[in-house]
Design a protein around this ligand. Sequence first.
Ligand SMILES: [Fe+2]
Ligand SMILES: [Fe+2]
Length: 162
Amino acid sequence: MNEAPRDTTLAATTPMEALEREHQEVDAGLEYFVAHGIAGAPQLRTALAALRRHIFVEEECLFPMLQDPALRMPLFVMLTEHRDLWRTMEEIDAALDGEGSSDRLQALGRTLLAQLDRHNSKEEPIIYAHAATSLPPEAAASLTETIATIEVPAGWSPATDD
Ligand SMILES: [Fe+2]
Ligand SMILES: [Fe+2]
């Protein structure tokens, strides 16, 4: 699997479709790694970079657009889970850099997939579904453009409440 495509078809896609596609692309990269072990390390690194960028877009662009008080608790849960996902990614980075065993890396890959399954299975029907019906068209269009182009600033990490 190569870099996530940044093609022009994204322009005709809603932001929620683009974000759901990123969920699927990250899952596919992690599943490839879990199935192939260290030979799938490039796919693993690509998936981690895509997931970090995805979390950045959600926290810095999408979530601030969602002001409905009914979403306050679901968004809090999403932010908490982002920190858990980030920690697992840091463990994977450390194992990759320290030449951790393939078994250890695959176990961490399975952990990240399970965390993502729990996260995305709430995020898509609650957060994305709400955004799909509540974002004004101009905001949705600008978010689609942002998703297609934005880069994560060096050193960025998920919000913390401490
Ligand atoms: Fe998320
Ligand atoms: Fe997401």
